[in-house]
Design a protein around this ligand. Structure first.
Ligand code: ZN
Length: 307
């Protein structure tokens, strides 16, 4: 078994997050231009058309990103399996022969479509929040302007405009609630989403390539994790339900939430026979198995995924 470093995709992830940040700022600028002392439904509607244009362009950029980067992560995952199983000697050779088998073709298609849905949900969420905020701001501003006329004041109060401005400003970067009920800002959510999807695609591609070559086991990567992943680094797992039941399956560990959690950057290197591992690797794997099994039995996990 030969281990290679797990890619982080930092540059690509930063590029996607930057696109969302830029769109949020553009939308906020658009909303700042609204004249609250003369805010008509027509003005508000014009701003919303511009917001929709910004979000449509963001959707296009995100879709292209997904179509490029999900297959790339899968190719890298295949390379990991080829090198780890000794099919080729070097990463370069592995790259030149890496192909998607039937399992991986289906997996990549599904992963692309999943992530497209997820990124689309982010822009839909922003769109809805901004629409709601603009509708409320228009109503508030019209009310304030009406009472200004009655009171004979020349302009609506600063406290009122500040309040409306704040609501509008928060709307674009408003919180996103995930399936687990956790609340995120747009950029931290997109960062977590991209990190998680690429890592999962990478791991699944490794598994599909390994299993199709008859390898049922793998050793979890190590980078000195400080969260609950640390109990499982370096241990041996089963890639599917087959094989020696003394080893936990990937799914069992993932379901525990202790490792392979959102944003986790652990991967694994496939192998055919755990008994043929070098002694030092084997000893470490056994030690970690003891730690890891204890952790799985207690079910403890970090309140927050900190990697
Ligand atoms: Zn991890």
């Amino acid at each position: 078994m030969r281990e290679i470093p797990t890619p982080t995709y930092q540059y690509e992830i930063d590029r996607l997050v930057a696109a969302y940040k830029r769109a949020v700022v553009e939308i906020q600028r658009e909303l700042e231009r609204l004249d609250l002392t003369d805010l008509s439904r027509a003005n508000a509607q014009a701003a919303l058309v511009e917001v929709a244009r910004i979000l449509a362009s963001l959707n296009e950029e995100a879709a292209a990103w997904v179509e490029e980067n999900i297959p790339q992560a899968a190719r890298d995952g295949v390379v990991r399996a080829l090198v780890s199983l000794g099919v080729v000697e070097t990463v370069e050779e592995a790259r030149s022969i890496a192909r998607f088998n039937r399992l991986n073709k289906a997996m990549v298609d599904a992963a692309i479509s999943d992530m497209q849905t997820d990124v689309l949900a982010v822009t839909q969420n922003i769109n809805k929040r901004v629409r709601d905020a603009v509708r409320k701001a228009t109503a508030d501003a019209m009310r304030a302007n009406l009472s200004r006329g009655i009171n004979g004041r020349r302009t609506i109060g600063r406290d009122i405009t500040t309040g409306i401005r704040k609501q509008l400003g928060d709307a674009a970067d408003g919180a996103i609630r995930d399936a687990a009920g956790r609340v995120w800002k747009v950029n931290t959510y997109v960062d977590m989403l991209a990190r998680t999807k690429l890592a999962e695609t990478y791991r699944e591609a490794t598994t599909n390539e390994a299993v199709s070559r008859g390898a049922l086991y793998a050793v979890i990567s190590r980078h000195g994790a400080i969260d609950s992943c640390k109990y499982h680094e370096g241990r041996i797992i089963r890639l599917t339900g087959e094989g020696d039941p003394r080893y936990p399956t990937y799914d069992q560990i993932k379901a525990s939430g202790q490792c392979f959690h959102p944003s986790c950057r652990h991967s694994f290197s496939p192998l055919r026979d755990p008994n043929k591992l070098p002694e030092s690797v084997r000893e470490r794997a056994d030690r970690q198995a003891e730690l890891g099994d204890k952790a799985l039995a207690t079910g403890k996990r970090n309140p927050k995924d900190v990697e």
